[in-house]
Design a protein around this ligand. Structure first.
Ligand SMILES: [Zn+2]
Length: 343
């Protein structure tokens, strides 16, 4: 996103230089020539997206939601990845035409990516400093996930640097998330709820489960006023006994609602336009090498599988208002889906 802004500014600067050069060379303007340069013409409208069939669009296909925990040079569990692992996985995703979107964009079907690209949701749990920290100059610190994401996006035009961070208290060892959460929001990242203290919500009772969720929403809201929290990752992937309380509830004067509730493990998620999509039970894929403990549920093996079966993957038609899918798609569209186009 930053790189797009930089590119736009560069183009504008070039245009202004060209205009000022033209103005300087005009020694003797005709009397009716305005002495102020005319505004540059509006840029041409982007070309319309190509026909859905030409990019084999399938917006009923599967979406990988990748789950990361610590990004660390000293991994100590199957949930940890090194900065090198993370960089390599992003390079792979970029090379295979994935474009990151946020958790709530995915769950609400606001998937606005170029034709032929595949959405991927990058999610980070627990708010550790290897995921995000700011250096002394206020920039994302080297080898943090955020820095690696921004660097990767700068190298790949259609790789949008975004992700969703599911945090508990305190996020990124930053009291109240006062510095880190606003930075993330202002730079196009999403902040999601991971409860106040990361309990097993299946063991704490309904009142405490609602308190754990509502209290963390209040904390996030103090750092990000007026930014709704629309996504929750369940600690350990466990729902409260009353499952509906993950999506909707209230405690301590705070009411919450989540469009998306995320589990832990273990397979690609359904398209949000699939009739069987369940926003309250969204599976995630643990980022993992091709081999090792339960690698069959890990990202390398799943990305291999999606690459080997491209028809099963969500492929965008480039028009967020039209939902395109081949007649051969294995999933059924949600009833009454607006903008549905079959081919
Ligand atoms: Zn967690």
């Amino acid at each position: 996103m930053l790189s797009v802004i930089e590119r736009t500014c560069a183009v504008t600067a070039v245009a202004l230089l060209a205009l000022s050069g033209a103005a300087c060379s005009t020694q003797d303007p005709a009397p009716d020539t305005p002495d102020v340069a005319a505004p540059p013409p509006a840029p041409p409208a982007p070309p319309p997206p190509p026909a859905p069939q030409s990019v084999r669009a399938n917006e009923l296909g599967k979406v990988p939601v990748l789950m990361y925990h610590r990004i660390t040079t000293e991994p100590s569990s199957v949930y940890d990845r090194t900065p090198q692992d993370f960089r390599a996985e992003l390079e792979r995703l970029a090379a295979e035409d994935y474009t990151p979107i946020t958790a709530s964009e995915y769950a609400s079907g606001r998937i606005d990516i170029p034709a032929g690209r595949h959405p991927v949701v990058l999610t980070f749990d627990d708010g550790s400093t290897g995921q995000f920290a700011l250096d002394g100059a206020g920039r994302p610190a080297p080898d943090t996930a955020v820095r690696i994401l921004l660097d990767t996006a700068a190298e790949h035009l259609e790789f949008r640097p975004t992700a969703t961070f599911f945090v508990f208290d305190p996020p990124f060892e930053d009291p109240g998330g006062k510095t880190t959460l606003p930075w993330l929001h202002e730079h196009g990242f999403e902040v999601g709820n991971h409860t106040l203290e990361h309990p097993n919500l299946g063991q704490v009772g309904s009142a405490e489960a609602q308190h754990q969720i509502a209290a963390m929403q209040r904390k996030i809201g103090e750092a990000l006023p007026d930014v709704p929290v629309r996504a929750l990752a369940l600690p350990l992937g466990v729902h409260p006994d009353d499952e509906a309380l993950a999506a909707d509830g209230s405690a301590d004067g705070v009411t919450y609602h989540h469009d998306a509730v995320f589990l832990v493990g273990s397979n690609p998620a359904r398209s949000p336009f699939d009739a069987e999509f369940d926003g309250q039970n969204i599976p995630r894929i643990r980022s993992q090498a091709a081999t090792g403990e339960e690698a069959e549920y890990g990202s390398t093996q799943w990305l291999d599988e999606l690459a080997g079966d491209p028809e099963s993957r969500y492929t965008s038609d480039g028009d967020p208002d039209r939902i395109s899918a081949p007649n051969s798609a294995s999933a059924d569209p949600a009833p009454g889906l607006p903008g549905l186009y079959r081919y």
